[in-house]
Design a protein around this ligand. Structure first.
Ligand SMILES: Nc1ncnc2c1ncn2[C@@H]1O[C@H](COP(=O)(O)OP(=O)(O)OP(=O)(O)O)[C@@H](O)[C@H]1O
Length: 601
């Protein structure tokens, strides 16, 4: 059963600093929502709906004011009782509807349920939301065709109601949908509320049918409260303060016009008319153009004032009224401990499988396979049966080994830098809902990429090694392969670290290009005798260590003309350096991700 949660908020304020000067985004908003109700927040774009919703949902901290849940402040244990559907649909594009909801169920539902029960719950949600026809369709996105916008929105809602939340927040769930689909979604919210949940949603421009489906309404204008109360009483209230539509109009349109300060086709109260009249008289003296309607600023001030004096005090009084629930029930919110749906190992394995499924298209991407096969055949033809017995042939072959070291240092970096910037929104969303520990996600995400990164080099090496006629020995082949693997995992670590630190694909690509180029130049092929003051650079370069190891595997001892100024003994230093990079870059990436999590609250 759902724990009923009464949400109250009084005098909520929010400020941001814009170029050093504080700007008030919300100025003292009060209201409440009870279980079984759908509260809608309306207002023009930029009026502060999303900001208020984020604060009520515990995703942002108010500068001032009080927000309570059953008269208790927000606590971490509440996270598992809150569902939050964001404005943008944050979903994995390559997972099907069924997979998306099943993974959500596996990660979010409590430990007391078995795996089978969790899967059943996901199926129940699919039927409840009418998604059975598209359950095996991919979600899709900008580049992949998938389910429709309305279906995608329902999947987002399903992702949240799967945990049977007491409070459900939705940011513009109907934007971009036709009126019938929008009505269906709002009806769904209504049905959800009827099961004892408190539903709070922002809404942009509802049709009149939709408008009447909400129990309560908050109308915001420029961050101030213009109305809070029953939806059915909104029109009578505005009529009582002298604002009436002059033509038949959708009430939502009328209220948005008012909140925007647009009074065309709206009768305005005598106070505002008098003000316009007086202003016009002054303008006549200066021969300026006469205004026929009150200014948006005047309308806004009038509405804020009217609400403050006629309604606000009554509503604030209501907030002080005791809740119709027992003290025990109130205490449930604070006493329940923060709980994870699954243990660390289960989180890891679920996230690993999800990562593999999401990336399966990349694994089987013909473009990447063709790219690698084409490159290896070209290399094989250019170095066809190369002969290392002459100095020139030896130099040529060393060139091939260096190219292999660079190619498999370059490729994984540019695959891995996208990982975290691309998943940032998903990570924020899922971490805000306490779905898993960051360490489980991090390890699952980085290991689920490995099969792809290790599968392609095998094809590459088989083609190049034998076409180019490198030493025909099983041992040398496998050692070369192992060296390339180490290089790839180290390079992948660098890509992950750059991506996690910058979390911006453009910046990450630029930094990665410069780094990879520097490492390549310091790799020991172009410059063999490096000046001592810059020689430390090559130790950071995985190309350098990989190239030296490949030389060692092919020629033992390595001929003098190929050697860098540093002699090569048994290769232990090189392997050690690569292993240190594999660990070091990953630790850096993990710490960077932790920092991001902290900055997002
Ligand atoms: N961190 C921030 N820095 C600067 N301005 C901000 C910040 N957060 C919000 N704002 C500003 O606060 C105002 C309210 O933003 P909010 O996203 O809450 O509006 P909204 O009513 O949800 O708009 P929309 O309907 O277009 O989504 C906007 O003018 C926005 O630019």
């Amino acid at each position: 059963p759902t724990l009923p949660i009464y949400l109250k908020f009084a005098e909520v304020k929010y400020r941001v600093a814009v170029k050093g000067t504080p700007r008030e985004i919300l100025s003292g908003i009060s209201g409440s929502a009870s279980p079984g109700e759908v509260l809608a927040m309306m207002g023009p774009s930029g009026s502060g709906k999303t900001t208020l919703l984020s604060m009520l949902g515990g995703r942002a901290t108010a500068a001032d004011g009080c927000i309570s849940y059953n008269d208790e402040p927000f606590g971490k244990s509440l996270k598992r009782r809150i569902g939050f559907v964001t404005q943008d649909d944050v979903l994995f594009t390559h997972l099907t509807v069924k997979e998306t909801l099943t993974y959500a169920a596996l990660l979010r539902l409590p430990r007391t349920m078995t795996r089978e029960q969790k899967k059943e719950r996901a199926m129940d949600i699919i039927y409840e939301l009418g998604l059975e026809r598209c359950q095996d369709t991919m979600i899709g996105g900008s580049f992949v065709r998938g389910v429709s916008g309305g279906e995608r929105k329902r999947v987002c809602i399903g992702n949240e109601i799967i945990i049977n939340p007491s409070l459900l927040f939705l940011d513009e769930p109907t934007s971009g949908l036709d009126s019938t689909t929008a009505l269906r979604i709002v009806q769904l919210l209504h049905d959800i509320a009827e099961t004892g949940k408190t539903v709070i949603t922002t809404i942009h421009q509802p049709s009149s049918r939709l408008f009447h489906k909400f129990d309560k309404l908050i109308l915001l204008g420029r961050g101030s409260l213009l109305y809070f109360g029953k939806t059915a009483e909104a029109m009578p209230y505005f009529s009582s303060i002298g604002c009436n539509p002059l033509i038949a109009m959708n009430p939502a349109e009328f209220l948005l016009d008012l909140a925007n300060g647009n009074t065309n086709d709206v009768s305005v109260p005598s106070e505002l008319d008098d003000k316009v009249h007086m202003e016009n008289q002054n303008l006549q003296d200066t021969n300026s153009k006469i205004n026929l309607r009150p200014s948006a600023q005047d309308v806004h001030e009038y509405l804020v004032d009217a609400y403050e004096h006629r309604v606000a005090y009554k509503e604030k009084k209501k907030l002080l009224a005791p809740l119709p629930i027992s003290d025990d029930m109130k205490a449930t919110i604070t006493s329940s401990k923060r709980e994870w749906g699954t243990n660390w190992c289960q989180q890891y394995s679920i996230l690993f499988c999800r990562g593999l499924k999401e990336r399966r298209h990349d694994y089987l991407s013909w473009m990447r396979i063709t790219q690698v096969i084409a490159t290896s055949i070209i290399l094989g033809l250019l170095w066809w049966h190369s002969d290392p017995t002459t100095p020139k042939g030896l130099q040529d072959q060393a060139g091939l080994l260096f190219f292999i070291a660079v190619f498999w240092g370059f490729f994984p970096v540019f695959t891995a830098i996208f990982t975290f910037p691309q998943e940032r929104a998903m990570l924020n969303k899922e971490r805000a809902a306490d779905m898993y520990k960051l360490s489980a996600y991090f390890l699952a995400r980085t290991t689920s990429d490995l099969p792809l990164d290790l599968f392609l080099p095998v094809i590459f090496m088989v083609i190049v090694y034998f076409m180019a006629g490198l030493k025909a020995s099983a041992m040398r082949f496998f050692l070369s392969m192992l060296t390339v693997f180490l290089s790839i995992i180290a390079a992948q670590g660098l890509g992950l670290a750059i991506g996690a630190t910058l979390l911006d694909i453009k910046k990450a690509t630029t930094l990665a290009s410069v780094t990879v180029m520097t490492f390549m130049l310091a790799g020991g092929f172009f410059v063999k005798r490096v000046p001592p003051f810059i020689s430390w650079l090559r130790y950071l370069s995985f190309n350098y260590h990989t190239y030296r190891l490949l030389l060692k595997v092919q020629y033992d001892p390595v001929p003098d003309i190929l050697m860098t100024s540093v002699p090569l003994d048994n290769g232990v230093t090189e392997v050690g350096a690569l292993v240190a990079m594999i660990i070091g870059y990953r630790v850096l990436a993990y710490l960077s991700l932790r920092r991001v999590k902290a900055s997002n609250g």
